[in-house]
Design a protein around this ligand. Structure first.
Ligand code: NAI
Length: 251
């Protein structure tokens, strides 16, 4: 018999090829879930699927772009075809922004909105359609950038505020259907995204980490553990909540 926090559950991880999403797949599978990975890079998804199935986990993958409605519908369809149902989803795909708002190009603005905001909405739409009869639990990834402004991140903060707004609305709409919708809001977390930010502005990253009460950036596993709890039945009375995983930075 499978044991663990997510034993027997089918969970879709969108943005599951690297960073927080890849580690979330490892944690969810270790906690007993069957996991469908989705992201753009087929090769990275195939490598992670091999790693996890090699360790005896029940994992498959499907590739596509989270900003394209047909692709996101495909993520859910692939999950239903492979595992027969959808109990949970971790909507974690996201891209970073750079620069002052008055320097951001229209193309860059449209792209970050398409991936971070429209992508989250598309995931919610398709996942909720699949959960209407059975209920379920959805976790979206915002950021502590979803609570306040910051310098030099272009429209990123705005997109992460929007993820919280989408989540709260979805929690109200879908509570009566037994679908919970919550947010994890990571602080600085050691992933390729943080490496990229460090390359652009190392002093800003070090200043940010020095301000964290726990005096370190988070790990991907720490964020994944918080998402696993929100996805699990242990959080059965929790919906519409924003859970910072930030070492106390916003306390
Ligand atoms: P990452 O760059 O390692 O991973 C991002 C994931 O999203 C990858 O799987 C990538 O393939 C996927 N993705 C990006 N664009 C996509 C698209 N158009 N279609 C499908 N998949 C797409 O980044 P990281 O750091 O793991 O970020 C994960 C989430 O956590 C993001 O939403 C990010 O905004 C958020 N976050 C990260 C923080 C950090 O310090 N690393 C802090 C706060 C929030």
């Amino acid at each position: 018999m499978t044991t663990g926090l997510l034993a027997g559950k089918v969970v879709l991880v969108v943005g599951g090829s690297t960073g927080i999403g890849a580690d979330a797949a490892r944690v969810f599978a270790e906690e007993g879930a069957s996991v469908m990975l989705a992201a753009r890079s087929k090769d990275a998804l195939a490598a992670l699927t091999d790693e996890l199935t090699g360790a005896g986990r029940d994992v498959a993958h499907t590739a596509g772009d989270v900003s394209v409605g047909a692709d996101v519908a495909g993520f859910v369809d692939a999950t239903l075809a492979r595992f027969g149902r959808l109990d949970g989803a971790f909507n974690n795909a996201g891209i970073n922004g750079q620069g002052r708002l008055d320097d951001v190009s229209e193309d860059d603005f449209d792209r970050i909105m398409a991936v971070n905001v429209k992508g989250t909405w598309l995931c919610l739409r398709e996942e909720i359609r699949a959960m209407r009869e059975s209920g379920g639990s959805i976790v979206n990834t915002s950021s502590i950038g979803g609570f306040r402004g910051n310098t030099g991140l272009g429209a990123y903060q705005a997109t992460k505020h929007a993820v919280i707004g989408l989540t709260r609305t979805a929690a109200h709409d879908n509570g009566p259907l037994g679908i919970r919708v919550n947010v994890v809001a990571p602080g600085p977390t050691e992933t390729p995204m943080l490496t990229h930010w460090r390359q652009n502005d190392p002093a800003a990253v070090e200043r940010r980490i020095a301000a964290v009460p726990l005096r370190k950036a988070g790990t991907t596993t720490e964020v994944a553990n918080a998402a696993a709890w929100l996805l699990s039945d242990r959080a059965s009375q929790v919906t519409g909540v924003v859970l910072p995983v930030d070492g106390g930075l916003t306390a």
